[in-house]
Design a protein around this ligand. Structure first.
Ligand SMILES: Nc1ncnc2c1ncn2[C@@H]1O[C@H](COP(=O)(O)OP(=O)(O)OP(=O)(O)O)[C@@H](O)[C@H]1O
Ligand SMILES: [Mg+2]
Length: 479
């Protein structure tokens, strides 16, 4: 940066001459005059971003924090020798950033050269410090040629903020939230949270491989789909309905989705929500980059009764989109409140959210609740079949088909005949107390055979009852 450096060298001399000329002037006025003269002769612009805005109690400036993260991740900063590391709350690892007085030359923006400086100023010793952080003033300064002014302000700096936010999101400790009962709500504590550390991921999730791949592709397309959603005029969110019998991996899938996307999880307990207003408030308080989950939606609240109500001929509208329950909205949680939660106007605030419902009884849900567009993807989590078993065998026993060819063949046949949940299969494959993989597989074979016997007996019994009842009907008809 030829001319800027020349100016930097000249500034002290200029300052000295000015000092002679401006004897008696206050220090602040003198600095102002010096900077004005330097800026007048220079073809470079500098923008300063302080750590705190005018109101220190509002916390660190989002812009400053985003720049800090952007620079910590930028290739341009690789050559910087002096770094500093801090433990910041809610981060997985120490946050490393560029240390004070370092210069970073950034050529990442269409070849435009920008110079970043991390700077700290200490107020003169006669100032009384009575607020936290007042003892020093940190700021970033970016310098660039004035012909790039519009590009830098309108395009580059917003990009810096966006990239910085992504870096922060990737480094933060993700959280699992649950809603507090409304009688305990204060201004900030409507959700409680703990660190989200579920180890589930898609490689250990046992299910049909093609369905799994389809879901992963769908999620990844969603994650980078901001532009697409804006183009088609849709809010940036996606609904998933996970349905299937108990123990088939619905909750595990939610954890795998959150881990795949790097999102927080909001586990919404609907039974603790008194009315639609509370539900809306809860939604507004969720952050973007999150998965919002309602487990066992069929059991959560009596949403199906609304459907029964609407089916009565006296009602004018049907299909669940109606607002005919809005009168109840202040006192009750209603189906239309939940529908609004998913895709009403309020649901569009913030964006980048996945909404997941789980249920054991898909057929009992109101069709309006799960129609496409609301629940964009319906994913069936089914009993364990052979492909899923192979994943579990690899997870739990680290074994493959060719190592235990015969046992795998037997299990494949049995899994085609018996419905056993992946949770039950996994239980048989746990090494706990068992000696080796062979013993675990044998335990599973025995378990499957037993289940098959029970299923056959139940079928025979059911058939006998049908025959019995048919016999009675014949006798009654004959009479
Ligand atoms: N598809 C699967 N892949 C891997 N592990 C599974 C799978 N399904 C179940 N499991 C194992 O079984 C346990 C129970 O599964 P999970 O809680 O995900 O089932 P669920 O479908 O949510 O059941 P419920 O309907 O009762 O809530 C999990 O801890 C997991 O270890
Ligand atoms: Mg579950």
């Amino acid at each position: 940066m030829g001319s800027t450096q020349v100016w930097a060298a000249l500034l002290p001399i200029l300052g000295f001459i000015l000092g002679l000329m401006t004897r008696g002037m206050s220090q602040a006025k003198f600095k102002l005059l010096r900077n004005k003269i330097a800026a007048y002769f220079s073809s470079y612009i500098q923008i300063t971003i302080p750590e705190y805005g005018a109101d220190r109690y509002q916390g660190r400036s989002d812009f400053f924090v985003a720049i800090e993260a952007y620079l910590s991740d930028s290739n341009s900063a690789l050559g910087v020798r002096k770094l500093k590391a801090e433990i910041v709350s809610n981060t997985k690892k120490p946050q490393v950033s560029v240390d004070d007085e370092q210069e970073i030359i950034d050529n990442s923006f269409h070849g435009v050269t920008l110079w970043w400086y991390a700077l700290t100023e200490y107020p003169s010793s006669n100032i009384i410090i009575n607020r936290p952080g007042d003892e020093r003033r940190r700021f970033y300064r970016v310098v660039f040629h004035k012909k790039f002014r519009d590009d830098v302000i309108n395009t580059f700096l917003p990009l810096v903020i966006e990239n910085g936010h992504t870096v922060i999101a990737n480094n933060r400790q993700r959280r699992l939230f649950t809603n507090n009962p409304s009688n305990r709500w204060g201004p900030t504590n409507i959700w409680s949270h703990v660190a989200f550390q579920h180890p589930a991921n898609f490689s250990t999730l046992a299910m049909d491989p093609t369905v799994k791949e389809d879901i992963i592709n769908d999620l990844n397309a969603f994650k980078v789909g901001k532009g697409y959603y804006a183009d088609v005029g849709k809010a940036w969110k996606r609904g998933y309905l996970l349905f299937g019998p108990p123990g088939t991996g619905k909750s595990t899938m939610i954890a795998a989705i959150a881990n795949e996307l790097g999102y927080d999880v909001y586990d919404l307990e609907l039974t603790a929500v008194k009315n639609n207003t509370e539900l809306r408030r809860l939604f507004i308080e969720t952050k973007e980059k999150s998965v919002i989950v309602i487990e066992d939606i069929d059991c959560s609240v009596n949403l199906t009764s609304n459907r029964q109500e609407r089916k009565k001929p006296s009602r004018k509208k049907s299909g669940g989109d109606s607002d005919d329950e809005s009168d109840d909205g202040d006192t009750k949680l209603t189906l239309s409140g939940v529908l609004n939660f998913i895709d009403g106007l309020w649901s569009a605030c913030g964006g980048e959210r996945i909404i997941i419902f789980t249920t054991n009884n898909k057929d009992e849900l109101d069709p309006a609740l799960i129609r496409r567009g609301r629940m964009d993807k319906h994913i069936e989590m089914s009993y364990c079949r052979y492909e899923a078993f192979k994943v579990l065998a690899s997870n739990y026993l680290k074994i493959t088909e060719d190592q235990f060819f015969e046992k795998f063949g037997e299990i494949q046949q049995l899994l085609g005949e018996v419905d056993m949940s992946p949770a039950d299969v996994a239980e048989h494959l746990m090494r706990m107390g068992k000696k080796d993989a062979d013993a675990c597989l044998q335990g599973l074979v025995d378990g499957l055979r037993k289940a098959k016997d029970i299923a056959i007996k139940e079928k025979v019994k059911a058939n006998e009852e049908v025959v019995k009842s048919m016999g009675k009907e014949v006798i009654i008809e004959a009479k």
